[in-house]
Design a protein around this ligand. Structure first.
Ligand SMILES: C[S@@+](CC[C@H](N)C(=O)[O-])C[C@H]1O[C@@H](n2cnc3c(N)ncnc32)[C@H](O)[C@@H]1O
Length: 520
C-alpha cells in the first residue's frame, strides 16, 4: 500500500511535473505585452522583485534569475522533490538572486508572509485551475498583500469553454484510479487509459465523439508526467474567464489581455461576421467572454495589472515603435513560416514572402520598428502592420521582444552565465532528456534545443572534439538504448540520415548563432 501524503491536499506528488522554460513568464515579454495593451510597465533596468507561485522544478525561474542578475527572484512550491531539484540547479549555476521556498500556499499566507518583499511581478503557470478554491483564495490573498501597486500578475489556467467536453473524461480517470490505491500514479493512468480504450472499441457514444477521440489519440504522444498532472489531480477545475476576473478583482487587479501579442489583433483571430458581433459588445469584459465561446478556447494565459494608468497615445507610440527591440531568437531553418498557424483558431495567416525575408535579414540583430521602417521593402507597409507581423512571429517564438537595455557587444558579461548553464545542460543530455533549453543571454531568453544538437554541443564544447566522426560517435554513444522519437525529426529519413543532418546543421547554423548570442 502506498502511503498517502498528508501535505499534498489531493495534488499529485508521486511523479514530478515536466521541466520546461515558458517564455511568456519572462519580464521582458510580459512588459512588452503590457505596453501593447497600452499600459506603462515598470522599469526592468532597475532592481525589481519577481515571484513564481507553484514553480515546479524551477527551470523557468532559474533561467530568468540568470538573465536578470540585478533583480530578486522568489519561488514557492510545496513538493520537496521539485525544490531540491531547483536548488541543485541554483547551486550549480552559482545564482545568488533567487530563493526557493518549500511551502504550501496555506503556509505562505498563514505563516511566512513577512519573508517576502513586495513584488513587481507575480506569475503562476499551470497552477490556478489545478488547485482548490481555498488555495486560489490564498493565491489571491498573497497577491493582494504582496503585489506592488502598478505590478503585473500573469496567470494561466484551463478554460471551461474548451474543456467542458472533457470534464467527464477527467472524472472517469480519477474515479477509476481510486480503485487502484496501491499503484503509483503513472501506472494508474496507464491502466485506466487502457480500460477507456476498451470502452471506446466496444462502442461508447462519449469516447467516440470527435473531441474525445482526438484527446485519446493525442495521449500516446504526451509525457506521462504531463498526463498525470493534468488528469489525476482531485481539485482540477477548468475555469471561466469571468470567474478568474472575480478572483482577481478581490486582489484589486484588472484584466489587461492575454500574454500573447496576437490576442491584441482581433482581425487575425476572427472573421468579419465574428468581428461584427464582437464590436456590438460595449464592454471589454463581454468581448473577452464572447471570444472564449467563439474560439472554444481551452487555455488562457492572462495578464492582470494592479492599478495601471493607460498611456497617452503619443507616448504609447514612442515607446512601442522607438523603444522596444525585436530580434530573431533562433537560426531560421526553413521557409514553412510564411504560413503562420494561429493556434487559437482554424485560420492561418499568410505573410508576404518579401516582407518576411527582409525581416529575417534585419532581425538578426535587435531593431526597433522605427529602425525597421527605414529598410527597403519594409518601408512599403505601415508601422502597425509591421508590429502585427512581428507579433505573429513572437507568437510562434521565432522573434523575442526586448525592452531592457541589452548590450550585445558586451561579450564578457553576457557569455559567462551562458557558458556555465549551457555546458551543464548539454552534459545533462547524456543521461536525461529533461533540460531542453539553452540560455540566450544577449536576447534575454532561452531556446529549445533538441537532444541531438545538445549532444553535439556537449561533444564540441565540453569534450573538445573537432572531428566530425568523433562527434557522431559521441552522439550515438549517448543515444544508444534511449527511446527517441525519431519520427518527430523526419518521418522519411533513416536514423543515420537524421543524425548527419542534425550535426551539420548544428555546426553550420547553430554554432555561429550561439557564438553571437553569448550561448557558447
Ligand atoms: C502543473 S504544475 C506547474 C509547475 C510549473 N509552474 C510549470 O509550469 O512547469 C503545478 C505546481 O504547483 C505545485 N502546487 C500545487 N498545489 C500547491 C500548493 N497548495 N502549494 C504550493 N504548491 C503547490 C505543484 O507541486 C506543482 O509543481
Amino acid at each position: 500500500m502506498i502511503p498517502i501524503s498528508t501535505w499534498s491536499e489531493g495534488y499529485i506528488t508521486d511523479i514530478n511535473y515536466t521541466t520546461n522554460f515558458y517564455f511568456h513568464q519572462s519580464p521582458d515579454f510580459l512588459n512588452f505585452c503590457c505596453l501593447l495593451y497600452g499600459y506603462e510597465p515598470f522599469d526592468l533596468n532597475t532592481t525589481f522583485n519577481y515571484c513564481e507561485l507553484g514553480c515546479g522544478n524551477g527551470f523557468t525561474i532559474i533561467l530568468l534569475a540568470s538573465l536578470y542578475p540585478h533583480a530578486n527572484f522568489y519561488a514557492i512550491d510545496f513538493n520537496p522533490d521539485h525544490i531540491v531539484f531547483a536548488n541543485s540547479l541554483k547551486k550549480y549555476f552559482n545564482l545568488d538572486n533567487i530563493k526557493f521556498f518549500n511551502i504550501s500556499f496555506k503556509e505562505t499566507v498563514d505563516e511566512k508572509l513577512e519573508e517576502f518583499p513586495e513584488f513587481n511581478m507575480i506569475t503562476l503557470h499551470g497552477v490556478f485551475s489545478w488547485v482548490s478554491h481555498e488555495n486560489r483564495n490564498r493565491i489571491i490573498e498573497f497577491t493582494r498583500k504582496k503585489l506592488k501597486a502598478g505590478g503585473i500578475l500573469n496567470v494561466s489556467y484551463n478554460n471551461m469553454c474548451g474543456w467542458f467536453m472533457r470534464i467527464p473524461f477527467q472524472r472517469l480517470i480519477i474515479d477509476f484510479a481510486k480503485l487502484f490505491p496501491e499503484i503509483i500514479s503513472a501506472k494508474k493512468v496507464e491502466i485506466v487509459i487502457n480500460l477507456i480504450r476498451k470502452m471506446q472499441q466496444a462502442g461508447s457514444e462519449y469516447f467516440n465523439s470527435p473531441a474525445i477521440k482526438k484527446t485519446l489519440g493525442k495521449m500516446d504522444e504526451m509525457s506521462i508526467n504531463y498526463i498525470v498532472h493534468e488528469y489525476l489531480n482531485e481539485d482540477w477545475q477548468p475555469l471561466f474567464f469571468s470567474e478568474v476576473c472575480s478572483y482577481m478583482h478581490n486582489a484589486k487587479l484588472k484584466y489587461l489581455g492575454m500574454a500573447d501579442p496576437i490576442w491584441y489583433f482581433n482581425d487575425l483571430l476572427f472573421n468579419d461576421n465574428q468581428l461584427k458581433v464582437l464590436n456590438e459588445f460595449r464592454s471589454m469584459y463581454m468581448r473577452e467572454i464572447a471570444k472564449d465561446y467563439i474560439l472554444r478556447l481551452a487555455f488562457r494565459k492572462d495578464i492582470y495589472i494592479k492599478g495601471g494608468v493607460m498611456l497617452p497615445r503619443d507616448i504609447y507610440y514612442k515607446k512601442m515603435f522607438n523603444k522596444v527591440k525585436f530580434v530573431l531568437n533562433k537560426p531560421i531553418e526553413d521557409d514553412k513560416m510564411y504560413k503562420i498557424d494561429l493556434d487559437y483558431t482554424k485560420r492561418r495567416a499568410n505573410i508576404n514572402r518579401g516582407i518576411l525575408n527582409k525581416l529575417f535579414e534585419e532581425l538578426t540583430l535587435p531593431k526597433t520598428i522605427e529602425e525597421l521602417m527605414e529598410c527597403s521593402i519594409l518601408n512599403s507597409i505601415k508601422d502597425k502592420e509591421l508590429l502585427r507581423i512581428i507579433s505573429m512571429l513572437i507568437h510562434k517564438n521565432i522573434v523575442t521582444p526586448i525592452i531592457s537595455n541589452v548590450d550585445i557587444n558586451d561579450n564578457k558579461k553576457n557569455s559567462k552565465i551562458g557558458k556555465i548553464i549551457n555546458r551543464f545542460i548539454a552534459k545533462d543530455a547524456r543521461y536525461r532528456n529533461e533540460l531542453k533549453h539553452f540560455l540566450i543571454p544577449k536576447f534575454k531568453t532561452a531556446m529549445n534545443v533538441n537532444i541531438i544538437k545538445r549532444l553535439v554541443y556537449d561533444a564540441i564544447i565540453n569534450e573538445e572534439k573537432d572531428d566530425i566522426n568523433d562527434i557522431l560517435l559521441h552522439v550515438k554513444l549517448f543515444l544508444k538504448n534511449r527511446s527517441i522519437n525519431w519520427k518527430a525529426f523526419d518521418e522519411n529519413k533513416s536514423k543515420d540520415e537524421i543524425l548527419n543532418k542534425e550535426i551539420s546543421e548544428c555546426i553550420e547554423k547553430f554554432f555561429p548563432f550561439w557564438e553571437k548570442v553569448g550561448a557558447l
